[in-house]
Design a protein around this ligand. Structure first.
Ligand code: LLP
Length: 428
């Protein structure tokens, strides 16, 4: 896959037709810039290759969510996966249709469940027995039965960072496949007047490039389906197959396309459906593969220093506060200097953030042309799990986010100000 942004003839980095240096000048740094056309194109690729015959694509909002993102997702016809009261609130504020929302989470509070039911959320993905019992009671107040899926830990160990594996049996997410707990929840849900069991959900993890792992998860989910078909003569209306497609961040990373993933998921599910004589609707829940490649973070270079060991640090004005992924998962990124983006990388630099942590490094040992203080440094493929995981460590304000399209940019999240930082503080 080529780098997500175009390099113009003048060798300047462009994002959504906007000059990256000019974006940095106009909106300040650090700045997260999205190429709107690329987000929409990724949504359309998923819809075109998966959402046929009633199948659904639900964007996983945890990758990046704000009012404008909800609006794009709605315009492109996708469903939405939210995982907290805050994400649900954001979606509702954006006018996103509640009935197209899946509500996830391994520890939804009573208040969150009540909010979701009252809002008329389309489907609640139940993670555990405790939540099930709570929801069953809350749902009694509702005019009609609440649609649910049961999340199943299918026992597939996909190769990815251990912190973002979720399909293994030792996971905090979901009900173990083949367990007594799952058996009794299925039996109970099929009788509960306040609930309507639509089917099952499985998500094996994130940043996964192994298509066999995705196929194995569908196989396992269908073992589950077969069991309850024979126990209760009940066949699910829906199988939600989760998200997790990897995005290549460096030249060495494996590349699996949206189309390849969708084909494997739908073909594997179709084989099982034919064998079992069932016809469930399928849902896929991508987050990273929709927004990841469409995002670029721009930083301004400050101090440049070479240590006595020979390493040259380029210090930038953001770091782990706006992108904790390197510190958390040893994520690897590529970067470039915005106004000479295709110049050969004759020097090796380590890009350091400004937080008081030695682990606050954005990119280790990366070739770049000679970097100077004041340059704009672009870190690529940062559209997923950066702003959504950003914090205020060291009281660093969170960056602004802009959406660029056909040479026009607009702010979709304003930069935090210093006064925002003390907004919730209470003086003695
Ligand atoms: N569905 C469920 C139930 C999920 O838990 C997730 C991600 C997704 C869908 C979307 O997965 P995606 O297509 O984005 O891989 N913070 C980590 C990633 C955590 C993913 C959590 N769940 C990171 O920065 O790599």
């Amino acid at each position: 896959m080529p780098l997500q942004n175009k390099i113009s003839r003048a060798q300047r980095l462009q994002i959504g037709g906007c000059d990256a240096d000019e974006l940095a000048e106009t909106y300040g740094t650090p700045l997260i810039c999205y190429d709107e056309a690329m987000i929409r194109d990724n949504c359309r690729r998923y819809m075109a290759s998966f959402a046929r015959g009633g199948n659904r694509v639900a964007y996983a909002g945890k990758a990046f969510l704000c009012l404008a993102m909800c609006q794009i997702v709605a315009e492109e016809g996708l469903h939405l996966d939210v995982v907290s009261g805050g994400e649900l609130y954001t979606a509702l504020q954006a006018g996103f249709p509640a009935e197209k929302i899946y509500f996830h989470g391994n520890n939804k509070s009573h208040a969150e469940l009540t909010m979701a039911v009252a809002a008329g959320v389309g489907c609640i993905v139940v993670d555990n027995v405790y939540e099930y019992q709570h929801l069953k009671e809350i749902a009694v107040q509702n005019a009609r039965p609440v649609d649910i899926l049961l999340r199943v830990a299918v026992g597939v160990n996909a190769e990815t960072h251990p912190y973002i594996m979720t399909g293994h049996l030792d996971s905090k997410f979901g009900l173990s496949i083949g367990s007594q707990e799952l058996d009794s929840l299925v039996a109970d849900a099929l009788k509960a007047p306040s609930l309507s069991l639509l089917g099952f959900h499985s998500h094996i993890g994130s940043q996964i490039a192994d298509l066999n792992a995705f196929a194995s998860a569908v196989d396992a989910l269908c073992v589950c389906v077969r069991r309850y078909l024979s126990l209760h003569r009940w066949s699910p209306q829906e199988l939600n197959l989760g998200g997790g497609l990897a995005v290549p961040n460096t030249a060495e990373d494996e590349r699996v396309s949206i189309e390849e993933l969708c084909l494997v998921l739908s073909e594997t599910a179709q084989l099982h459906s034919d064998a079992l004589n069932i016809a469930p609707r399928l849902t896929v829940e991508p987050g990273r593969s929709i927004v990841g490649p469409a995002g670029t973070t721009l930083y301004r270079v400050g101090a440049i220093k070479r240590t006595s060991t020979g390493r040259c640090f380029v210090n930038v004005d953001g770091g782990m506060a706006d992108n904790p992924r390197v510190a958390l998962y040893q994520a690897r990124y590529t970067c470039s200097v915005a106004d000479r983006a295709d110049e050969p990388g004759s020097f090796i630099y380590t890009i350091a953030g400004k937080a008081c942590e030695s682990g606050d490094i954005l990119v280790w040992d990366h070739p770049l042309p000679a970097v100077q203080s004041g340059d704009i440094l672009a870190v690529h493929t940062t559209g997923a799990y950066t702003y959504s995981m950003a914090g205020n460590y060291n009281r660093l304000p969170r960056p602004a986010v802009v959406l660029a399209k056909a040479g026009q940019a607009r702010v979709i999240i304003a930069r935090e100000s210093y006064s925002d930082l003390t907004r919730l503080d209470c003086s003695l």
